[in-house]
Design a protein around this ligand. Sequence first.
Ligand SMILES: Nc1ncnc2c1ncn2[C@@H]1O[C@H](COP(=O)(O)OP(=O)(O)OP(=O)(O)O)[C@@H](O)[C@H]1O
Length: 261
Amino acid sequence: MFNNEPIINIRGLRMNYGEKEVLKGINLEIYKGQIIGYIGPNGAGKSTTVKIILGIIEGYEGEIKIFGEDISLNRIEYKRRIGYVPETAEIYDSLTGYEYITFIGEVYGMELEIINEKARKLMGLFGIEEAYHERISSYSKGMKQKLLIIASLLHNPDILFLDEPLSGLDANSVMIFKEILAELASRGKTIFYSSHIMEIVEKISSRIILLNDGAVVADGTFGELKEKSKEGSLEEIFNQLTGFKEYKEIANEFVTTLQGV
Ligand SMILES: Nc1ncnc2c1ncn2[C@@H]1O[C@H](COP(=O)(O)OP(=O)(O)OP(=O)(O)O)[C@@H](O)[C@H]1O
C-alpha cells in the first residue's frame, strides 16, 4: 500500500569507535507504514545506528537517506519530521511536565497554545493530566515514560524511533500504546522499535531486523524468520541466530558462584 520509495535508505553503514568496529556495513531500506522491530544482543550496535540516523553521532562511513535526502547534506529539516523516545531522560528531572513539553514543542516550531492544548489532552488520555505542572522528579517511572512518549509525538512526526518505550508502563497503558503504534502505522507513519522484550516485538512488528555484532543477520516478517529458522518464538530465533545456547550452564555457574562452592 505504502511501498514505493524507501523512507529510510541506508547503504554500507560503518562506524568505528577507535579501533573497534561497531557497525560493519549495514544496508537497509525501510518503507512508509512499516513497524520495524530492531533487535539484537547488548552491544550489537542498535543505539549507535539510531543515533547516527538522528544526527546525534557523526563520523560514520556510508550513505543514509531519509525522505530521499542524504542526512549529511540536510542537517536540520529532516529532524522536524522525526520523533524519538530515548531510553532514559533523567536530565529533565528539574523541569515540570509543562516546561519539558513546551520546550520540546517549541524546538519543533509549534505554537505554545497548540502545544498546550494537545499536551493536556494527550496527558489526559494517558491518565496523567494532573501532573502537568508537577516536577518530573516527582513522576513515577511510568509517568515519565508517558511524558516522553507524548513529547516525541506532539509534532506528529513521520518517523518515530522508540528505545524500550514500554519500560515502566502498566498493562493497561501497554495496551493503549500498542494500539497507538498500529494506528500510526496504518496512517503511513514509520516506526523503528528497539526492545529486548521479544514477545512484544514479535506481536507488533511488521518487519523484524536482527543485528548481531554490527551486522544484520535476519530481516523479514516474523513468519519469514520462523520459516527460515524452524524455531517457534522470536526469543528462540534470537537465541539461535545470535549463537547463544549456554544459558543454563551460565545460570548454574552464576548461582554456584554465589554460594561460594
Ligand atoms: N561513545 C562510545 N565510545 C566507545 N564505544 C562505544 C560508544 N558507544 C557505544 N560504544 C560501543 O559500541 C558497541 C555498540 O553499542 P550500542 O549502544 O550501539 O549497542 P546496543 O545494541 O544499543 O546495545 P544495548 O542493547 O545494550 O542497548 C558496544 O560495544 C559499545 O561498547
